[in-house]
Design a protein around this ligand. Structure first.
Ligand code: ADP
Length: 403
């Protein structure tokens, strides 16, 4: 009996062992499968992470490459994303602060608020400080709930384009005005001549002289437009030679002498006869005429002085552009209405005319200083102006001194 029990115990043990072994094998296989699955999963996660990083980098690059300000405003008006252009426009971003605290633009805030409420908004023009912006906003929705959770905002700075198109419009208005006045005068004068005045020699002479003056004014406008386009396109090469600066200035002063006398203005030249400059004489003549012309136009009493001084890199602007050669600074100073300091840097832009109401009678085409700047820069020099806005203006330009 004991013997039987011993056997059955052994068999039982054997069966249990086999069972355990099979169980162990299954477990091992399961574990292996799980490890394999886990490994695959991990690989997939790593791949996904890499995809996300790449997407993030691409998104960052896209934001950085944009010339528009790109901003994401969350539902609670926190700014969660803003590219460089946006920060340049509105300053450093404090992620704790709200959209309005950062931009201080109520019109933009209103736009964001409308879009957050589910309204589709067209592009909006916004006047921000001195800039003109066009903003476009689109809602961002939660994928599952379909609720609006944020607003994507793209802002384009159109100040420069708007200014240019306004300048062009002004230019066309000005040029038509500049052309219309002499053309009308010539028309009237010719008609008077044809209606019988031709027979009266003295009267006819007077009228023809007036016609000649008007024709001169017309040709000056045409010349200015042509000059600018030639100089700007680089189709007017400089013919450089050494000239006496004083002689150049004197010849221009002589031409404008009558005009100055008419307004009881004094024209003073204080330039050493030894000062020689290496320039294109015809071109520099234009610079001096334009500056003198303006000085006379915008001065009602006093003196216009033309002097020279050596270039001083310690006190004068554009020192970095005047390193190698020797330069002389020509100064044209008047005692006229002056120029608002805010306008000073823009005077030399094409078509730029300061405050039309101050100078409506005198306003020209706004090309004179642009031409002067092109000519001076073609010689390697620089031109700038100073004024406190009341007591006259002073224009400076540099020219290369004789080699
Ligand atoms: P414009 O043909 O109108 O004179 P400019 O380019 O020569 O064009 O000058 C641009 C503007 O700069 C002028 O319209 C005027 O408002 C201002 N300006 C130029 N020179 C003077 C000056 N000497 N005094 C006051 N304002 C001036």
């Amino acid at each position: 009996m004991d013997f039987l029990n011993g056997w059955s115990l052994a068999i039982l043990l054997f069966v249990a062992l086999v069972g355990l072994f099979i169980f162990y094998q299954r477990l091992k296989q399961d574990l292996r499968q799980q490890i394999a699955a886990n490994f695959g999963l991990r690989r997939e996660i790593a791949q996904k992470n890499q995809d996300i990083t790449e997407l993030r980098t691409r998104r960052k690059r896209l934001l950085a490459a944009s010339t528009q300000a790109l901003i994401i405003v969350e539902k609670d008006y926190r700014v969660s994303s803003a590219n460089k252009v946006a920060k340049k426009l509105f300053g450093r971003l404090n992620k704790e602060g709200s959209f309005i605290q950062w931009t201080r633009q109520h019109e933009l805030q209103e736009l964001v608020s409308q879009v957050l409420q589910g309204n589709k908004m067209p592009s909006t023009y916004v006047n921000a400080k001195e800039r003109i912006l066009v903003a476009r906003a689109r809602s961002i929705k939660d994928k599952t709930t379909k609720e609006i959770v944020a607003v994507a905002l793209a802002i384009h700075d159109v100040t420069e384009i708007t200014r240019l198109s306004r300048a062009r419009r002004d230019f066309v208005t000005n040029i038509s005005h500049e052309l219309r006045t002499p053309i009308t005068s010539i028309g009237v004068l010719t008609e008077t001549l044809l209606n019988g005045t031709l027979a009266d020699a003295a009267k006819a002479h007077e009228l023809v002289t007036k016609i000649a003056l008007q024709t001169e004014a017309l040709s000056q406008v045409a010349q200015e437009v042509l000059d600018l386009s030639l100089i700007e396109s680089g189709r007017a090469p400089l013919r450089l030679a050494n000239y006496s600066l004083r002689e150049i200035v004197q010849s221009e002063v002589d031409k404008l002498h009558l005009q100055a006398k008419h307004k009881k203005l004094q024209l003073k030249i204080d330039i050493s006869p030894d000062m020689k400059v290496l320039v294109d004489k015809g071109m520099v003549n234009r610079v001096i005429t334009n500056l003198l012309h303006n000085a006379i136009k915008f001065t009602s009493r006093g003196t216009i002085t033309i002097t020279t001084q050596p270039f001083d890199s310690q006190t004068m602007p554009h020192a970095e552009d005047h390193e190698d050669e020797t330069w002389v600074v020509v100064t044209v100073a008047d005692t006229g209405i002056g120029i608002n300091p805010a306008d000073i840097d823009r005077l030399f832009e094409r078509f730029y005319i300061v405050d039309r109401s101050r100078s409506s009678k005198e306003a020209g085409t706004g090309l004179g200083l642009a031409i002067a700047k092109h000519i001076v820069e073609a010689h390697g020099g620089r031109i700038w102006a100073e004024s406190d806005g009341q007591n006259g203006s002073t224009f400076y330009f540099t020219l290369p001194v004789e080699e």
